[in-house]
Write a protein that binds this ligand. Structure first.
Ligand SMILES: [Zn+2]
Length: 142
């Protein structure tokens, strides 16, 4: 298989089933902004999987950013391997909405455990760009 075909067929980490280059890649690399809250959520999952820390900070609501975010995120992406994303439900978050909610489950593994992060995330539009505000998180490990 040629490298070009390889790139085209590489599926996006977010589990959409779409090729990476037509799904989260242009969003995480800043070529386009996420059109919906779900697209932003998926792109943030992909950024976690790839270790795109700047993108994660830039897509967090300004008042929710902390001074230590870069360090905390660097640790998280170093020790956590994200292995799957499932969108459970969503509300609003569409092209004409200002706020949105996405409910999801993300599978992960670390050196010594596997687990599921369940979260209901809240998003809002900030200067025409979707940002992550906060969420109800439940962590299940085994
Ligand atoms: Zn994607």
């Amino acid at each position: 298989m040629s490298q070009v075909q390889d790139a085209i067929q590489k599926k996006c980490p977010c589990g959409s089933g779409k090729p990476f280059q037509f799904c989260c890649e242009p969003i995480v690399t800043g070529q386009k902004s996420a059109p919906t809250a779900e697209a932003l959520m998926r792109s943030r999952y992909t950024a976690f999987a790839m270790g795109a820390i700047d993108y994660l900070i830039n897509t967090t609501a300004p008042e929710k950013r902390g001074e230590d975010d870069a360090e905390i995120l660097a640790d998280q992406v170093k020790y956590t391997n994200w292995t799957g994303l499932k969108i459970i439900d969503k509300a609003q978050g569409g092209r004409d909405d200002q706020e949105g909610m996405v409910e999801f489950e993300a599978e992960f593994e670390t050196d010594d455990q596997t687990g599921t992060l369940y979260e209901k995330s809240n998003f809002r539009r900030e200067n025409e760009h979707w940002v992550y505000v906060d969420g109800d998180v439940e962590l299940r490990t085994s």
